[in-house]
Design a protein around this ligand. Structure first.
Ligand SMILES: Nc1ncnc2c1ncn2[C@@H]1O[C@H](COP(=O)(O)OP(=O)(O)O)[C@@H](O)[C@H]1O
Ligand SMILES: [Mg+2]
Length: 255
């Protein structure tokens, strides 16, 4: 039997490293580094929006978003529902007080599509029941309230892929093109990640579509939550995912 630590990669940093080996993927992965005073300064200088996330975190917990505030020469810092204006000289202190001694990542912010004022991103589900990866489907997630994360645990709601893009003003042709691109990049990512982590057979990829219709991988999850797929237009999809998950679970322990 395969132990959980063999198939589930807990560290976001290791999951990032598992992807960037493939050159063709790099233009779909936002610049990402381990957080340090040096990387924080460099990212804040280079990008107008950055995200700070715990290496051992999930469900959207402890994520911070820093946006440059040009006129007032400082930053707008958001976490959960809280918004704070921070002068430039205090921003390092605010970030490291949040991180304390835990390991964090810093990542360039992607300008996500918005629906009704809330950010939206997508979950593409891939499973490897036998030898090959299968793309199961995609669902959108909309953040609730003033939140910066779309995770279910933070009130994120499911939205269907086509409907979300239609509402964001995409034509049917543009929607098809974005989905084809997401599938192409998702499969490339699964093959690359799978070649590094041989026991990994389930992947939930968090995809962003930016305001220029480019697709970005925000993160890959090796133990993906799939309740979202209960809302999929294909009413049989959830059960099919569940069945393959159970099949994989027969040879892979949950501990
Ligand atoms: N670089 C980024 N640009 C834009 N939004 C981001 C970025 N990183 C995270 N987010 C938002 O925060 C959510 C949670 O981040 P994620 O990296 O998936 O961590 P978790 O493991 O906690 O789900 C994402 O689904 C997305 O909505
Ligand atoms: Mg996520």
């Amino acid at each position: 039997m395969i132990r959980k630590r063999q198939w589930h990669v807990r560290s976001k940093w290791k999951r990032h490293l598992g992807l960037i080996g493939q050159r063709k993927l790099r233009r779909h992965i936002p610049p990402t580094s381990l957080l340090s005073r040096k990387t924080l300064r460099a990212y804040l200088k280079r990008y107008s929006v950055v995200y700070v996330k715990p290496v051992y975190g999930s469900f959207g917990n402890h994520i911070m978003k820093l946006s440059r505030n040009v006129r007032r020469r400082g930053y707008v810092v958001r976490r959960e529902q809280r918004v704070q204006a921070v002068p430039a000289k205090r921003v390092e202190r605010v970030v490291f007080r949040h991180a304390r001694s835990r390991a964090f990542l810093i990542q360039k912010g992607i300008p996500l599509l918005h629906l009704g004022g809330h950010p939206v991103d997508y979950r593409l589900m891939l499973l490897k029941p036998f030898r090959d990866w299968r793309i199961m489907g995609v669902m959108g997630k909309v953040a609730s309230g003033a939140r910066i994360v779309t995770n279910y645990n933070h009130g994120g709601r499911a939205i269907r892929f086509r409907e979300s893009l239609r509402r964001a003003g995409f034509t049917a042709k543009q929607i098809d093109a974005v989905y084809a691109e997401m599938r192409r990049v998702g499969l490339l990512a699964a093959r690359q990640f799978g070649s590094r982590h041989k026991h990994c057979r389930r992947l939930g990829i968090d995809f962003a579509i930016d305001t220029n219709r480019r697709v970005w991988i925000i993160e890959v999850n090796t133990n993906p939550f799939y309740e979202l797929f209960r809302h999929h237009e294909d009413r049989t999809l959830y059960r099919r995912i569940h069945k393959i998950m159970r099949h994989i679970g027969k040879t892979q322990l949950n501990r």
